[in-house]
Write a protein of this length. Structure first.
Length: 323
């Protein structure tokens, strides 16, 4: 019974987290020369989705200078003008497959190209992130020293019994040079939605609005929040069943704990019995008299047997006629 109740509780608790994240360098070519100086993230939680607007300011370090050339049929080649180019990435967690909608990126106010998923394991991220959305910034004629990146998208929530978990992945921002200058992450809930169990603790907190502020920090922890959504009548019934399962499971756990205590007592008593029995056997062996050793039988005599006198013949009876 306990196993089945525990399994049901695990199923009910196993909702998939919705995760937002800091923009990061291209994971294939992390030059380590560009720094994120500022980020502002606004997350609006609605009944079915989370709407995200994130703005990042970068101090550009090393940057590629490129131009396209094509071969001519008559020989030689023809090249275009030189331009500056850099790439970004957005971490994609397994739970986010198919969850993104209206994903768009602007760099310095111009639309950037968004490519498909890229598999790349980046060292230094714990837990690891291995899937990334590749972002190609627009061409720039002049070498930029700063860039403003704006990311917008909508992500579907996956509530279970009126609960959903939101995670903002700060760790991807640690791939930039040095520390992040300043960061403000604001999460706001629509009417009837409650934000709770926030970690780490926000700078300011209310049931419908949380604000985190960081300064000159190297992120090594993500932000996690539980979202409580309004329940339908059906969800209320499921919640009642779920809470009943949790209560029964707690009772079974308590009974199991009592049984384990009793089992430990019985085991201790049994071990004491075995010990006493062993001591009794040893005592009986010590008190039992030692039997005397038996004398060995005498060896057979080697002297010849004594001579026996010859047998005398029996007397012949006398007949009466001979008298």
């Amino acid at each position: 019974m306990k196993a089945s109740v525990s399994f049901l509780c695990l199923v009910l608790l196993g909702w998939a987290p919705v995760a937002m994240a800091d923009v990061a360098p291209n994971p294939v070519r992390i030059d380590g020369s560009t720094r994120m100086t500022e980020e502002t993230v606004d997350i609006v939680v609605e009944k079915d989705v989370a709407r995200v607007t994130a703005k990042f300011t970068l101090e550009i370090g090393d940057i590629q200078k490129l131009r396209y050339c094509r071969a001519l049929q008559e020989g030689g080649s023809e090249c275009g003008d030189w331009y500056y180019h850099f790439e970004l990435s957005w971490p994609l967690l397994d739970s986010q497959d198919g969850a993104f909608k209206e994903f768009s990126v602007k760099v310095n106010g111009e639309e950037a190209d968004v490519w498909g998923d890229e598999e790349e394991e980046v060292p230094g991220l714990t837990p690891p992130i291995s899937k990334w959305i590749r972002i190609s910034a627009p061409r720039m004629d002049k070498r930029p020293t700063r860039a403003t990146v704006e990311v917008r998208y909508v992500e579907a929530l996956s509530p279970r019994l009126g609960l959903a978990r939101l995670t903002y992945v700060l760790r991807s921002g640690s791939l930039w040079k040095g520390t992040i200058g300043a960061a403000t992450i604001t999460m706001t809930a629509a009417d009837g939605i409650v934000l709770q169990n926030a970690a780490p603790a926000p700078k300011s907190a209310g049931p419908a609005r949380l604000v985190w502020k960081f300064k000159n920090f190297e992120p090594d922890q993500d932000i996690s929040v539980t979202v409580r959504l309004p329940l339908s009548a059906e969800d209320e019934e499921w919640r009642r069943k779920y809470e009943e399962l949790v209560r029964k499971n707690a009772e079974l756990d308590a009974k199991d704990a009592e049984l384990r205590i009793e089992e430990d007592k019985l085991e201790a008593t049994y071990q004491e019995y075995l010990k006493a029995l062993d001591e009794l056997k040893k005592k009986e062996q010590q008190e039992q008299p030692v039997p005397k050793p038996q004398e060995p039988p005498a060896p057979p005599s080697r002297e010849p047997p004594a001579a026996q006198p010859p047998e005398q013949p029996a007397p012949t009876p006398v007949s009466p006629e001979t008298r």
